[in-house]
Design a protein around this ligand. Structure first.
Ligand code: ATP
Length: 306
């Protein structure tokens, strides 16, 4: 199946500064793909190259099977885009602006704009310059979604939106996916990616540092394991855990009946559990890390590896 989005060895330099390097991305059609990373990671630069707003220094891009460089207006009509820093101004009412944008985007099914405005809670009668940041963002979302494009490229789409509206936005993404549309979603809000994305690419300093399903990223991450065991000596537990490269930060607290053990496990918890199962396991909790913790850990490891 042809990828909805594909980049190969994508590079972008600004003078001596490298904004994106050796980036290979492959987004399957009909999926939601998350692009996450800290400030300056290269998310916006990547997105702008996908849209031919800026040109790569080297490497290749295919968007819906076309090169963005030659796809022109016909390709852009098949994409719904919301930029990271949406600037909307002017005395035009929201509805007038959207009607105008319809001429560029191609046909919008009757009633779609009203339905989206109602879902997001936006008054389309208000002049654009009087709208708050969040309400301007809603206008941006409506223009991205309204013509039901095969591909949605959404750069930090929920910035300025309150939690209820964010939830509505997530429903819109889920519906787009169900309708076979592909969504590229960049975000700092990792919980949003966790809920919405099929796959996630993590960028740091312009490079891809991890890619996988939300589940895979989580399983490569750090968990705190806490156990209460009896019939094992403190020394035996410490020695067994110390022998495991996956285990750090071991704490063992003996009480009259048992040992309270806590350890940080990176990746599989199998080794740590086997070490504890040498005794009698009374209680066990494995704290599920959120993606945020996993990512912070990944950044730290890639930065450390340099
Ligand atoms: P944020 O979440 O803060 O928007 P980002 O992941 O989108 O970050 P980019 O905006 O793509 O990151 O920036 C990547 C790097 O490229 C940064 O170091 C940035 O300073 C640099 N950069 C981006 N645009 C330019 C430009 N026009 N000229 C010079 N450097 C730039």
């Amino acid at each position: 199946m042809t990828a909805a989005l594909q980049t190969h060895s994508l590079h972008k330099r600004y003078g001596s500064r490298v904004a994106v390097q050796s980036l290979d991305l492959d987004v399957a059609p009909g999926t939601v793909f998350g692009l996450v990373g800290p400030n300056g990671a290269g998310k916006t630069t990547t997105i702008r190259m996908l849209l031919d707003i800026i040109r790569p220094s080297s490497g290749s891009i295919r968007v819906l099977g076309d090169s963005p460089r030659v796809g022109g207006a016909a390709l852009r009509r098949r994409i719904g885009y919301i930029p990271g820093e949406l600037r909307l101004d002017g005395r035009m009412r929201g509805r007038t602006l959207l009607d105008f944008l319809t001429e560029l985007s191609g046909p919008v099914a009757p009633g779609t704009i009203d339905t989206l405005a109602e879902r997001l809670g936006l008054d389309l009668r208000r002049p654009v310059h009087t709208l708050s940041k969040g309400n301007k963002q809603k206008l941006g979302l409506i223009q991205a979604f309204m013509h039901r494009p095969p591909l949605l490229i959404l750069d930090e789409p929920t910035s300025g939106l309150d939690p209820l509206v964010q939830r509505e936005f997530l429903s819109m993404v889920a519906e787009a996916r169900a309708a076979g549309q592909t969504v590229l979603l960049s975000s700092h809000v990792l919980s949003e990616i966790q809920q919405a994305a099929d796959r996630v690419a993590v960028l740091a300093s312009g490079r891809l540092v991890a890619e996988g399903t939300v589940e895979e990223l989580r399983s490569a991450s750090v968990r705190r394991v806490r156990a209460v065991v009896s019939a094992l000596s403190e020394e035996a537990v410490r020695a067994a855990l110390a022998a495991l490269p996956t285990v750090t930060d071991v704490e063992v607290m003996p009480t009259a009946e048992a040992l309270h053990v806590a350890a940080t496990v990176t990746g599989e918890v199998d080794g740590a559990l086997r070490a504890l199962l040498g005794g009698h396991l009374i209680d066990l909790t494995v704290e599920e890390p959120d993606l945020e913790e996993s990512l912070i850990d990944l950044y730290a490891r890639t930065e450390g590896a340099r």
